[in-house]
Design a protein. Structure first.
Length: 200
């Protein structure tokens, strides 16, 4: 994880005004321990800029994908103090998204589709384990508050004889105010991996 997150990002975070970071990212700061705490997908994470590390502060039994740590540090650095719009968009609605989110940056939602393989009840159970809130979209859908300003929705459709099962991630329209496309991709990979990974 430390190798993935460039040290310059931790350094930049250490030089920022904690009050400004906390206001924009809706997180907390412990001045004594030089520690930010941020709610990420229902768990508290500690970000230690001076120690170049990010730790889960709770009893999270399933670690996050490495890309999530990249997302966390960029969220703290770049998020803005704006309200969630409650308007869902796909990656294709993101400026430049139709060309960026393809090839090596294609979002791996097949991890979710193949993991549940038409078992809607299992998909629902997994989403509810991860604090999902049901939505009236697709054959099943749930919203997740990844961080205080970044909600996402995960949709699932059953397959049939002609089409395989399909899943999709939607984002609040404000996500482009907070994150660049490469970090949105990192977030999406982390979501697909966490939902699509068999429980062990």
């Amino acid at each position: 994880m430390i190798d993935l997150v460039d040290k310059i990002h931790f350094q930049e975070l250490s030089e920022r005004n904690p009050k400004d970071i906390c206001r924009r990212a809706s997180c907390k700061y412990d001045d004594m321990n030089k520690l930010y705490t941020l709610s990420v997908w229902g768990d508290e994470y500690g970000i230690f800029p001076n120690q170049l590390k990010i730790n889960c502060m709770g009893n999270n039994t399933q670690s996050l994908h490495d890309y999530f740590y990249l997302f966390i540090i960029h969220y703290l650095l770049k998020s803005k103090e704006i309200e969630i719009s409650n308007e869902w968009i796909s990656e294709k609605d993101i400026p430049g998204g139709t060309t960026f989110f393809r090839g090596p940056h294609e979002i791996p939602t097949k991890l979710i589709s193949f993991r549940f393989n038409n078992n809607i009840n299992e998909f629902k159970e997994r989403c509810e384990q991860l604090h999902g809130i049901p939505l009236n979209m697709g054959d099943a859908a749930y919203s997740f508050k990844i961080t205080p300003r970044i909600p996402v929705a995960v949709l699932y459709w059953r397959g049939d004889d002609e089409f395989p099962p399909e899943s999709k991630i939607l984002y609040d329209r404000t996500i482009t105010e907070h994150l660049a496309s490469d970090i949105i991709y990192a977030l999406a990979v982390g979501i697909c991996e966490r939902l699509g990974k068999p429980l062990g």
